[in-house]
Write a protein that binds this ligand. Structure first.
Ligand SMILES: *[C@@H]1O[C@H](CO)[C@@H](O)[C@H](O)[C@H]1NC(C)=O
Ligand SMILES: *[C@@H]1O[C@H](CO)[C@@H](O)[C@H](O)[C@H]1NC(C)=O
Ligand SMILES: *[C@@H]1O[C@H](CO)[C@@H](O)[C@H](O)[C@H]1NC(C)=O
Length: 428
């Protein structure tokens, strides 16, 4: 070939490569403006909420875990032969399912008509939590994790040759949108490497930490969403223990501190968290972990929700408890349906990005079965930049700084819920 022809062939090749969206190594495709997310979906129960999610018309849906209830649960029994509750229990309440059972539960979830319709319209990605990992509250010790990783990645249609199938754990990252409007989504695996509860050990494990550091210190993106199955910012256990404990990063204080430090040292702008697990919706914010405020938008669950765990006439008690539970991180936004600013009926998370606004604006929050917001806030992308948020928040936000940890509340405040329950019982 002579030089001119070679030049034209090369140019055409480059053109084709760029059309395929792989030129420059960056992701392409249209800007993402609508993302939905959700957690805690019982595959055996009706899942009408998919209709509201489809109406929201997301380009991307993110599973936050408990995408199925894979493990087997014994009945709640305080007395009798097989006692599953209380210090006197003699059998475990949760037991792992067989591979066959797990597979058929995944099939049931995947063939749900609402979810199937969503899959035709939106890209679906996700991570897992304990019940789809295979066992309630399980961590690295759980031996079913290798098999279940394969089943979970089948559920998400992960390619047979995907590196995600060869690594230990389901963590992954994605880049969406054209340059200048890029969104990075980092899915964490909070199960595969997690040390036992109460150990104050590791959640992510060494290999995932190394990977995460690379992801955060790598090329910038306008927005970075860190997806954690369990809550990062709220530490409800601090005010509910020893009555009951919830899983969260707060239960692993050293590990959480390491996460905040890494985010801060990465100097990356535009980061926020989304999480699931707790069976209610909530928005939390922490102002002292980074050079800008860190938000955690929790949506839980698509079917499993705290108010559904009690008969309807007692829903007010759940709401009362939610309102009385002390909280230092919760954001009391403008669009709270309930006084507590939590939401204990089925819900999904919604993120809308207005790239044309100046500055770019995000509307993030939690929506109900009808797609109506139940708690939501607007965030200017400029607020997620070093040095800016805390000042502007303190001035205009009206809710001051969120820096006091739940464990540092005065004793009486911290134990208010337990105190009231005790009073309630002793008055009966
Ligand atoms: C899921 O739903 C089925 C059918 O309603 C019910 O029997 C089962 O207990 C539910 N599982 C969980 C974990 O709530
Ligand atoms: C969260 O609460 C638990 C339970 O009280 C406590 O052990 C832990 O230290 C708290 N974490 C933080 C970061 O305050
Ligand atoms: C970030 O915080 C550190 C320590 O608080 C401070 O020294 C640094 O100047 C801050 N950086 C920016 C860009 O605000």
């Amino acid at each position: 070939m002579d030089a001119t022809i070679r030049f034209w062939v090369a140019l055409q090749l480059l053109f084709v490569v760029c059309i395929l969206g792989i030129c420059g190594g960056a992701s392409e495709g249209p800007p993402i403006t609508r993302i939905a997310f959700g957690s805690c979906a019982n595959q055996s129960a009706p899942q009408p909420i998919w209709n509201a999610i489809i109406d929201f018309d997301p380009q991307l849906f993110i599973w936050l875990g408990d995408n199925i209830y894979g493990d087997n649960r014994r009945p709640f029994k305080i007395f009798g032969k097989d006692r599953t509750i209380g210090p006197w229990k003699n059998v475990p309440r949760f037991v792992p399912a067989s591979e066959q059972e797990m597979r058929s539960r995944y099939l049931m979830a995947k063939s749900n008509p609402g979810y199937s319709r969503l899959r035709e319209r939106a890209q679906v990605i996700g991570t897992w939590d304990d019940h789809d990992y295979g066992l309630n509250d399980a961590g690295k010790e759980f031996s079913g994790k290798y098999t279940n990783q394969r089943l979970m990645l089948d559920f998400l249609d992960e390619a047979p040759d995907s590196p995600r199938r060869k690594q230990a754990g389901v963590y992954a990252s994605y880049l969406f949108g054209p340059k200048g409007k890029q969104i990075k989504v980092i899915l964490l695996d909070t199960r595969f490497h997690r040390d036992s509860l109460f150990s104050d050990g590791s959640i992510l494990g060494d290999s995932q930490w190394t990977w995460l550091e690379g992801e955060l210190k790598g090329p910038a993106s306008e927005i970075t969403i860190i997806v954690s199955s369990i809550q990062v910012i709220s530490n409800h256990s601090a005010v509910t223990a020893p009555l009951f404990y919830m899983e969260s990063w707060g239960r692993f204080p050293k590990e959480r501190e390491r996460l905040y430090k890494l985010i801060k040292s990465s100097k990356r702008d535009g980061i926020f968290f989304i999480s699931g697990d707790v069976h209610f919706g909530e928005i939390a914010r922490y102002d002292c972990g980074n050079n800008y405020s860190l938000y955690d938008i929790t949506s839980s669950g698509l079917t499993q929700a705290v108010e559904k765990a009690v008969p309807t006439p007692f829903n007010f008690l759940v709401r009362l408890a939610a309102w009385l539970t002390p909280t230092t991180m919760r954001v009391y936004g403008h669009e709270c349906r309930q006084k507590s600013c939590t939401y204990g009926q089925p819900n999904f998370g919604a993120i809308e990005i207005d790239w044309d606004a100046s500055p770019v604006t995000l509307k993030v929050g939690v929506r109900d079965m009808n797609g109506k917001p139940v708690t939501s806030i607007n965030i200017l992308l400029t607020e997620l930049q070093a040095g800016k948020t805390q000042k502007s928040r303190a001035k205009n936000g009206g809710y001051g700084q969120h820096c006091t940890l739940e464990v540092d509340l005065p004793w009486m405040v911290r134990h208010r819920l337990i105190f009231l329950i005790y009073l309630g019982f002793s008055g009966m």
